[in-house]
Design a protein around this ligand. Structure first.
Ligand SMILES: [Zn+2]
Length: 235
């Protein structure tokens, strides 16, 4: 049990991200999480492992790096120490249920489920377990884009993160221990963000892509949609 004891405002909207490793959250979702934080959401990032098996040369620093990234994007972190490449679905279900009970999230974001062979084993187990919990608890659930090997990911929801692309780059830059990874390079981050813009027929701008697994809305949602439509017409 590592859930922090800071005060919980139940009137505030909460997004809970659950990822296997520190850095999994910033690559696909730092911009969106930053926008949510700026809009007043409580942004909680739960990390299942401690990074001790990372292929990077620098060990044991990923939690500090995550907290530095969190300061930039406006997120608070909770860390668990499940064993990398060995944790069970049931272990993640237990962690997720505990976090859901405590934070009562309005939205959960996690890894996209990918068929075996394509995704990281830990990402797959995390995704299956979190999907199980979100479904049983009837919580909206979005899957974020895999860093590479996009097979099986079917994006159907895109967030314009152009206004916070600098924050996203800075947050990813906090993970100094991971800079050797090919998908952590600036060019790859910008290209993928731009690729999602092109998917929407836009030359400019940067986007993050999600696959909505389950989502429900109330009547206010249509007010927000109407505002977006009005902005588009006037721009
Ligand atoms: Zn990972």
């Amino acid at each position: 049990m590592q859930i922090s004891s800071d005060s919980h405002n139940y009137n505030q909207q909460t997004v809970l991200t659950i990822y296997a490793h520190a850095d999994d959250e910033v690559l696909p979702a730092a911009g969106t999480l930053n926008l949510m934080s700026k809009a007043g959401w409580n942004v909680r990032c739960l990390i299942l492992t401690d990074g001790s098996l990372s292929s990077s040369a620098v060990k044991g620093t990923r939690h500090q790096e995550a907290e530095a990234a969190g300061k930039i994007i406006g997120a608070n972190y909770e860390f668990y120490a499940l064993e990398e490449c060995n944790f069970s679905t049931q272990a993640v279900i237990k962690v997720a249920e505990e976090a859901v009970k405590y934070w009562q999230p309005n939205l959960i974001i996690t890894h996209a489920p990918q068929p075996e062979k394509y995704g990281h084993r830990d990402h797959e187990v995390c995704s299956i377990a979190v999907s199980n919990v979100a479904t049983r608890k009837n919580i909206p659930l979005w899957y974020s884009a895999p860093p590479v090997f996009l097979r099986g990911f079917e994006p159907n929801f895109f967030v314009d993160i152009t206004s916070v692309i600098e924050e996203k780059i800075a947050a990813i830059g906090c993970y100094e221990s991971e800079t050797s990874k090919v998908f952590m390079q600036l060019d790859a981050i910008l290209v993928l963000s731009r690729f999602w813009a092109r998917e929407l027929g836009q030359m400019e701008g940067y986007f993050e892509a999600f696959e909505i697994s389950r989502q429900w809305v109330n009547a206010n949602f249509f007010n927000a949609m109407a505002n977006i439509s009005a902005q588009k017409i006037s721009s």
